[in-house]
Design a protein. Structure first.
Length: 507
């Protein structure tokens, strides 16, 4: 708490009062004013971040950050906000935050004393506090980069939402749990949806914004929006990047390849956690990523890094539904005969086998058709249905026709998913519109390769191990159990049309 007395000698507005503590959670501020310190009644003042609807009698206060991460209260001047009088007594209470250190608390213990009206110690009938979930929501003070990004936008909005930038600035203000936000107009879609604004929010904790908060945000945004504009808050869409790194190292400068590998993986983890990746509008900078690997250790001489992009599709089990997957990046066609796109396994109504999805380019190499196939341990892939959807390689879009999916081989947090991946046309990958870019370390690999030329062990180069710069890989994304039961070949081995096609299933 902090208390102040308005000076009789200098009551001129605006009166400012600096709170003593740093790291104050300003949302917990409670401010009241008494006529004098000895007065028994008080008036409550509320926080305002705008002058709109503030009159000369409004009991409001404003805050601004000053030195040493402290806050200063500013009261009205009699024109905007009620003016304080001499000897008024100000009482301020608040909660200070320990930031991220307060997260993860799951149990509490009582260390105080409880006494009755006769000052006797109470030791029975005390209920312990229990929690359902660990504490979340604590975070450090806003970074300088964040202030630089949002301060000009907030200033330019003038408390109204007209452009996409206005919404991007307002949403973190009215929903502080926003880690990143993407906003675009319906006119940017194909086909266009005029009069709509699409918003996707990544909260600090959890992958999705609850429906109740979505409804509340839509209501709050109406007072800022232009009449006739409809806001639609969508669920988060992840675009995952998977990397396959072959790091060449000089064994003369590193006695332990595993130790160098650990450093490389640590640096990849740091990059994946950086602000360059975990946001909307992010860009995976391929050359910079390679530089991070090269600079991980003095023994590393070069690296060959291949990447794939992946979306996780959540099917509606037991329902006949069409699916659309947008990657926001063009696909690279590595094989004109097909198997450029690969998926994890899933089950379709009426088909006993586990099926996988892939593609076959058309002659124009801009579009193609999707097909489903199954895997047999010895004979390889068998096409089950030849035309189940379309693919646009230039847009990076997959359209799967109506299908009744009944199960999947993979789950994430008990949610059935189908992993769909492809090689991008460019190694610089962007998070287009509502796609949230994330480097998936769990599906990325790092292999160390001895550079016998740099070490001088084989300057002739006849023993040098060459690594392909182009992705081939398996034709499907298998689970560990499926890998053990299937003799899976690489995607450049099979030519679509040479495999048998015993039947075309209808679903």
């Amino acid at each position: 708490t902090s208390n102040f007395t308005v000076s009789a000698a200098n009551p001129a507005p605006p009166s400012r009062y600096t709170l003593d503590n740093a790291n104050i959670d300003t949302s917990t501020l409670e401010v009241s004013v008494r006529d004098t310190e000895s007065s028994t009644s008080s008036k409550k003042y509320v926080f305002s971040d705008t002058l709109i609807e503030v009159t000369s009698s409004s009991r409001v206060y404003f805050i601004q950050e000053v030195e040493d991460q402290r806050y200063e209260l500013i009261f009205g001047d009699g024109v905007f906000g009620e003016k304080l009088k001499s000897l008024n007594y100000i009482e301020v209470s608040y909660i200070t935050s320990n930031g991220e250190a307060a997260n993860g608390v799951s149990s509490f213990s009582f260390n105080g004393r409880i006494v009755d009206n006769n000052n006797n110690l109470v030791s029975t009938g005390i209920s312990l506090l229990s929690t359902v979930n660990e504490s979340i929501g604590g975070k450090e003070i806003e970074s300088v980069d964040s202030v630089k990004r949002f301060a000009p936008k907030i200033y330019s909005t003038y408390n109204r939402a007209v452009t996409a930038g206005d919404y991007e600035a307002l949403i973190p203000k009215i929903y502080p749990e926003t880690e990143s936000v993407s906003v675009f107009g319906g006119e940017e879609l194909s086909p266009p949806q005029y009069g709509k604004v699409f918003i996707t929010i990544k909260p600090f904790y959890g992958p999705y914004v609850p429906d109740s908060i979505k409804n509340n945000l839509n209501t709050l945004l109406r007072k800022y929006s232009v009449a006739g504009i409809v806001t639609e808050i969508q669920d988060l869409k992840y675009l995952f990047i998977e990397v396959d790194v072959n790091a060449y190292y000089n064994p003369s400068l590193a006695s332990d390849a595993n130790a160098v590998k650990t450093v490389v993986m640590d640096n990849i983890n740091k990059y994946s956690d950086s602000t360059e990746m975990n946001k909307y509008g992010a860009k995976f900078k391929y050359s910079k990523f390679q530089g991070i690997i090269d600079n991980s250790n003095q023994s590393i001489t070069s690296n060959i890094t291949k990447i794939e992009i992946r979306r996780d599709m959540q099917p509606r089990l037991g329902q006949r539904v069409e699916y659309e997957l947008c990657f926001g990046n063009p696909f690279y066609i590595k094989n004109n005969n097909g198997y450029n796109v690969k998926s994890s396994g899933f089950n379709v109504f009426g088909v006993a086998d586990t099926l996988y999805m892939s593609d076959k380019p058309n002659a124009n190499r801009r579009t193609g058709k999707l097909f489903l196939f199954k895997l047999q341990s010895k004979s390889g892939p068998v096409v089950v249905s030849n035309n189940v959807g379309t693919i646009d390689y230039e847009k990076g879009e997959i359209m799967l026709d109506a299908v009744n999916i009944t199960g999947t081989s993979k789950k994430v947090q008990d949610v059935s998913i189908i992993e769909v991946s492809a090689c991008p046309e460019s190694n610089d990958v962007i998070g287009l519109q509502d796609l949230y870019l994330q480097l998936d370390n769990s599906n990325s690999t790092v292999d160390m390769v001895s550079d016998v030329i740099s070490s001088g062990a084989n300057t002739a180069g006849n023993l040098y191990t060459a690594t392909s710069s182009y992705t081939s890989g398996d034709i499907a994304r298998l689970t560990e159990a499926e890998s053990l039961n299937t003799n899976l070949v690489q995607s450049d081995t099979y030519v679509l049309g040479t495999t048998t096609n015993p039947s075309s299933s209808t679903y």
